[in-house]
Design a protein around this ligand. Sequence first.
Ligand SMILES: Cc1cc2nc3c(=O)[nH]c(=O)nc-3n(C[C@H](O)[C@H](O)[C@H](O)COP(=O)(O)O)c2cc1C
Length: 223
Amino acid sequence: MTPKDFDTLVHSRRSVRGYLPDPVDDAVITQAVQTALWTPSNCNVQPWSLHLVSGANLRALGAAMIAQASTGQPAPDVPMDTAYQDVFRSRQIGAAKALYTAMEIARDDHQGRTDAFLRNLDAFGAPHAFFVFLPEGFGTREAADLGGFVQTLLLALTAQGLGSCPQGALSLYPDLVRDHLGLPQGPQLICGIAFGHIDPDHPSNTARTDRAALTDILTRHPA
Ligand SMILES: Cc1cc2nc3c(=O)[nH]c(=O)nc-3n(C[C@H](O)[C@H](O)[C@H](O)COP(=O)(O)O)c2cc1C
């Protein structure tokens, strides 16, 4: 593989929010997870575990989360209450604008925005989703390792020609997820990853994001 090949792989991954219903071959899913296992982590503790939910089971879980969203407040294991300011707020607005423009949802279309948000909880109709857990008691440093694992998994899925979307939204109702899957309290639900075959006709999939300039994030110090 050349550096250019790797650059092409990284650039061909983007968040996909519309899927075909066809399931992904189980061997392909296994291969992607096998690749992601090789993510580095502090002292090789590998602070991550996955639950794979598919098909009708995923639709039932999504329906339960959508019902919960209309009656209860989110209670994620790790709070999601950072109010982004300054450049971070601008980037957040830029990403939302790209998505809503692609979906032709106007700024004042509150129902349209609510409906678009609720699609998150059904994993955007994907045939599969991973639910990604951090072990009990682990904090920011181990969560950073988990982030690396998620990116390796996303790239492995991309290399298989699949679409994917990491989703904090799938971690908003962790007790419901645990109830549905029969999981114990303890491990912290950090995010979900919707994945499957890309629906080329879904308008959300035409959205494109950009990135900061290199000079905004890289400071070079003299040798
Ligand atoms: C940890 C994490 C959580 C995310 N949560 C959501 C989410 O809940 N819903 C969503 O539509 N996109 C979510 N995204 C996708 C980001 O919006 C997306 O990565 C970003 O806008 C850059 O776009 P790109 O992935 O197409 O390059 C999440 C991404 C990450 C890494």
